[in-house]
Write a protein that binds this ligand. Sequence first.
Ligand code: PEP
Length: 272
Amino acid sequence: MSFLVAGNWKMHGLSDQLGELVAIAQYARTAAGTNDVLICVPATLIARAVAVSGGYLAIGGEDCAVEAAGAFTGDISAEMLKDAGADAVIVGHSERRRHHHETDAVVAEKAAAAGRAGLAAIICIGETQVQRDAGTALQDCAAQLEASLPADRRLLAGSAIAYEPLWAIGTGRTPNAQDVTEIHRHLRQLLTRLMGKDGDRIRILYGGSITPADVRTILILPEVGGVLVGGASLRAQDFNGIIRAAETVNLANVETEMSVPTPVPAHSRTTP
Ligand code: PEP
């Protein structure tokens, strides 16, 4: 499976920030193109981001309302993001959960709203430092994910999960390879149990202090389907380094798959 390399600009970006997006789009155009690249930007920039990206990147929003329309001053619906040209939207980012008191149930409704509008949802989950220290991260993340999925699983087509340990976001700290592997495997098992084969197709991204220097060590881990990048997505030089690393890992994976000899069926083997 190819990777999804996604950026989250958070509440950063005036018009002049679009220059970085142009540089990322130019790089994505010349890269091998074996992975998907998405940048989620503030709603005020979506239409212009779509225009300057020239179709070489997908553009997403960072949140959407539960409702499609109505008397909700200041809110932006998934339909509005779609109408502005977005392909995807982040839901349940820990900063929304923390600052806007979004519960798992609200996140599930937002993911459903995204699906109904034809947007891919990037559903974020992750444990706190307290949960990590208590040794309950695995169970906490699984419970959070299950409660953050829409009841109608068909609305998840094309969506992804982002595992983002809260203590790793914007801190420069990252979990070790064993911890990432353990959580991603556990989440995959959960998705498969809940959704069968459709659950196998949902990418599980890692997010939290990713840089061009360390992204490779994360992407080579089992069940890691890409990355969600905050700070390092604001500078084209850094984000392009991350795209480049993902291309390298993906191409190496493809070569390994091609070099595995195809087993000869038992019935056609000649006995010496
Ligand atoms: C994020 O905000 O989703 C994130 C992963 O941020 P950072 O890469 O800056 O830790």
